[in-house]
Design a protein around this ligand. Sequence first.
Ligand code: FES
Length: 130
Amino acid sequence: MPIVRYTNAAPPGAPSQEPVEIEVPVGTSLLDASKSAHVSHGSACGGVCACSTCHVYVTRGANLLSESEDDELDILDKAFDVRSTSRLGCQAKIERDGLVVIEISRESRDAYYNEHPDERRALEAAKREK
Ligand code: FES
């Protein structure tokens, strides 16, 4: 099965900064992989290509993913800090076996914690205890 590796699964300041990996079936979107791995990955529109809060950088294995379609590129035009490796996690589906390495964008991380205030408070408390 394909493997998705997150190089920044934990937010800055979190107690553990270890990379996270998860095996997922072919056909899984990067956003769904993140949900399965319990990674902090924003998805304000619920995965219907109507925001850019699921923005990630694919640093390896981009050739294993579905091609970007016009809708995705239109949304990425409005995202922050877009790079050549940028994808929307809800639109990029894994089509072939192999390793996909991704970095969650700051935009996505911030959106996640806005959507999950309890987790944000817990993270802030953990940072204070360090
Ligand atoms: S979750 Fe909104 S575009 Fe992906």
